[in-house]
Design a protein around this ligand. Structure first.
Ligand SMILES: Cc1cc2nc3c(=O)[nH]c(=O)nc-3n(C[C@H](O)[C@H](O)[C@H](O)COP(=O)(O)OP(=O)(O)OC[C@H]3O[C@@H](n4cnc5c(N)ncnc54)[C@H](O)[C@@H]3O)c2cc1C
Length: 406
C-alpha cells in the first residue's frame, strides 16, 4: 500500500488525489499546497470571478467535505526539498513527509517584467486568487488600465474590465494577438473584437520602464512615448516551477521531464500538469502545455498507472478562452501549421479555422462553434484527418461529415 504525497494543490494535484480515490487507491493521499484554502479553478480568475459574476465559494474545485469524505489529507505548506534516498519531502516549516510515491504538480509562476519600475504599487500579475482579489480591489478606482501582453490572460482580463466600462490599452510586442497559440485569422478577429469595445491595441510595443513614485503612473515604450496608467497588468507568460525537481537531481528542460506515463527518471517520482514536459504524440516531440485539459488528463493517466492500469498518455490537447461573448475553443496543436482554411462567418462571429501541416489537419480553432470543436476532438482522438477540399463543399457541416465517415 503506497502512500502518495502530491506537491502542488492546483488543478493537476487535485485531480491526481481525486482520481486515486476514484480508482480505489488504498494508501494515504496527501496533497500539499502553498496557497490558502481548498484547491480552486484558475480560469474564472480572469473572467467571471474578476467581473464579480462568479462568487468566491464557486471557485473551489470541491468543498472541504469532499476531502474529508475521501480521506485526502490537505497540508498547507511549501515544499522546499526532496530527499530521494530517504523518500522524504521537507516543508518550509521543518515538517517532513514520507512518501511511497511522490507527485510534483507545482505548476508555473508569472514571468516577471524585466524593466525599472516593475515592482511599483499598481503593477500586478494574474495567476492566483490573491492576485485576482488584489485586482478586483483596484479596478473600481482605476482610470487608465494598461495590459502588457496580448496573450490569453491579458486579453481575458482586458475584456472583463472593458465590459465594466474602463479604458484599457493592450501592449503587444509582436505583430498580432495570441501569436504563440492561434492562426492569423483568429488573431485578427480578436483584435477587431477588442477594438470594437473601445480597447486600444498597440503592436510592436516594447516596454522599457514603468514610471511613478510609490504608485505606477505611466508606461514608457521604446519609442519614448509614455502612456498614463494607474493599473498595469503584466501577462507576458509563465515559467514552470522546476526548482524542487532540479535540486533533487531530476531532469529539467523547460519543465520537469517525464515519460509517456508521467514518470521522471526516478520511478518513485512523477510530474503532471503545467510543470511537466512530456513526449507528445500530437506534437511529435517534447511538449509542455498550460491548460486545464492537460492538467486533468495527465493526472488521470498517472492515477491509472499508480493503481495498476497503466496506459501511455495519448490525450488530444484542447483549450478554451472566453473574451466578451466570443468563446474560442482549440482542438489539436496548430502552432506550426502551413495552411489555414476559414469555414463559417467571421463577420457574424461564428467560424472555425482548419489548420493543416503538410496536408494533414492538425488543429481546429472554433469561435462560437462548439459542434465543430467537439467534432475535431473526436476526429483527432480517432487519429483521423480531413481533406482540405471537402471544406469548400457547399453546405459542409463538420459534425455531419464525421458521422458519415463513421
Ligand atoms: C487567470 C488564468 C486563466 C486561465 N484560463 C484558462 C482557460 O480558460 N482554459 C484553460 O484550459 N486553462 C486556463 N488557465 C490555465 C490553467 O489554469 C492551468 O493550466 C492549470 O491550472 C494548471 O494546473 P497545475 O495544477 O499544473 O498548476 P497550478 O494550477 O498552477 O497549480 C500549482 C500549485 O502548486 C503550488 N506550488 C508550487 N510550488 C509549490 C511548492 N514547492 N510547495 C507547495 N505548493 C507549491 C502553486 O502555488 C499552485 O497552487 C488559466 C490560468 C490562469 C492563471
Amino acid at each position: 500500500m503506497t502512500d502518495v504525497v502530491i506537491v502542488g494543490a492546483g488543478q493537476a494535484g487535485f485531480q491526481v488525489a481525486a482520481s486515486l480515490r476514484e480508482k480505489g487507491h488504498p494508501g494515504r493521499v496527501v496533497l500539499v499546497g502553498d496557497e490558502p484554502g481548498v484547491p480552486y479553478q484558475r480560469p474564472p480568475l480572469s473572467k467571471a470571478y474578476l467581473s464579480g459574476a462568479l462568487p468566491g465559494e464557486r471557485l473551489a474545485l470541491r468543498p472541504q467535505a469532499f476531502y474529508d469524505k475521501h480521506g485526502i489529507e490537505l497540508v498547507c505548506g511549501r515544499a522546499v526539498g526532496i530527499d530521494r534516498d530517504r523518500r522524504r519531502v521537507a516543508l518550509a516549516d521543518e515538517r517532513e513527509l514520507e512518501y511511497g510515491h511522490l507527485v510534483l504538480a507545482t505548476g508555473t509562476r508569472n514571468r516577471e517584467l524585466p524593466v525599472p519600475g516593475a515592482k511599483l504599487d499598481g503593477v500586478l500579475g494574474l495567476r492566483t486568487r490573491a492576485d485576482a482579489d488584489a485586482l478586483r480591489e483596484r479596478i473600481g478606482g482605476a482610470r487608465n488600465v494598461v495590459v502588457i501582453g496580448g496573450g490569453f490572460i491579458g486579453l481575458e482580463f482586458a475584456a472583463s474590465v472593458a465590459e465594466l466600462g474602463l479604458s484599457v490599452t493592450v501592449l503587444e510586442a509582436s505583430d498580432r494577438l495570441m501569436r504563440r497559440a492561434v492562426s492569423p485569422a483568429v488573431s485578427a478577429h480578436y483584435r477587431e473584437l477588442h477594438e470594437r469595445r473601445g480597447t486600444r491595441v498597440l503592436f510592436g510595443a516594447s516596454v522599457v520602464a514603468l514610471h511613478g513614485g510609490h504608485e505606477v503612473t505611466g508606461v514608457e515604450l521604446a519609442d519614448g512615448s509614455v502612456l498614463p496608467a494607474d493599473l498595469v497588468v503584466v501577462g507576458i507568460g509563465v515559467v514552470p516551477n522546476t526548482e524542487l525537481a532540479a535540486d533533487a537531481g531530476l531532469a529539467v528542460d523547460n519543465g520537469i521531464v517525464v515519460d509517456e506515463q508521467m514518470s521522471t527518471s526516478d520511478p518513485r517520482v512523477s510530474a503532471v500538469g503545467d510543470c511537466a514536459v512530456y513526449p507528445s504524440r500530437h506534437a511529435g516531440g517534447p511538449l509542455r502545455l498550460e491548460s486545464v485539459q492537460n492538467a486533468v488528463d495527465h493526472a488521470r493517466c498517472l492515477a491509472a498507472r499508480l493503481t495498476g492500469a497503466a496506459e501511455p498518455y495519448a490525450s488530444v490537447p484542447w483549450f478554451w478562452s472566453n473574451q466578451f461573448d466570443a468563446r474560442l475553443q482549440i482542438a489539436g496543436l496548430g502552432t506550426d501549421h502551413d495552411e489555414a482554411v476559414v469555414h463559417g462567418d467571421p463577420e457574424a462571429g461564428s467560424f472555425s479555422v482548419f489548420c493543416f501541416r503538410a496536408g494533414r489537419l492538425v488543429c481546429v480553432e472554433s469561435v462560437n462553434r462548439t459542434p465543430d470543436h467537439m467534432a475535431a476532438r473526436k476526429l483527432f482522438t480517432a487519429g483521423g484527418s480531413l481533406d482540405r477540399e471537402v471544406l469548400t463543399t457547399p453546405g459542409f457541416d463538420f459534425r455531419q461529415h464525421l458521422a458519415a465517415m463513421a
